[in-house]
Design a protein around this ligand. Structure first.
Ligand SMILES: [Zn+2]
Length: 98
């Protein structure tokens, strides 16, 4: 969690997007991830991310924010966690874990 996530505009707009995304998922409406462009499914966790990162001049306005798979939107710690989770699911499907 970086400091810009405490920005009042981000906090307010992230709540709007989070609520709208949860409502869509609950209604079975597809939600597109702004990170990879793939669908976010109800069992996947998501964060509200920036289309253009705030560190590169992106705003906290609604049109620059959107739902993004949680594993894509975390710093190094999150990526390590995602790798671990991916390895677990590959193992569960009998696939190699590299
Ligand atoms: Zn994604």
């Amino acid at each position: 969690m970086t400091s810009h996530h405490k920005h009042p505009t981000y906090v307010r707009n992230a709540r709007i997007i989070r609520t709208a995304t949860n409502q869509r998922l609950k209604s079975g409406i597809a939600v597109q991830c702004i990170g990879c462009g793939g669908p976010i499914t109800p069992e996947q966790r998501f964060d509200v991310g920036h289309r253009i990162d705030a560190s590169r001049g992106g705003s906290h306005d609604l049109d620059n924010l959107g739902p993004q798979h949680r594993r894509e939107n975390r710093s190094a710690g999150g990526r390590i966690g995602a790798l671990h989770t991916n390895a677990q699911s590959r193992r569960a499907r009998g696939l190699p874990t590299w």
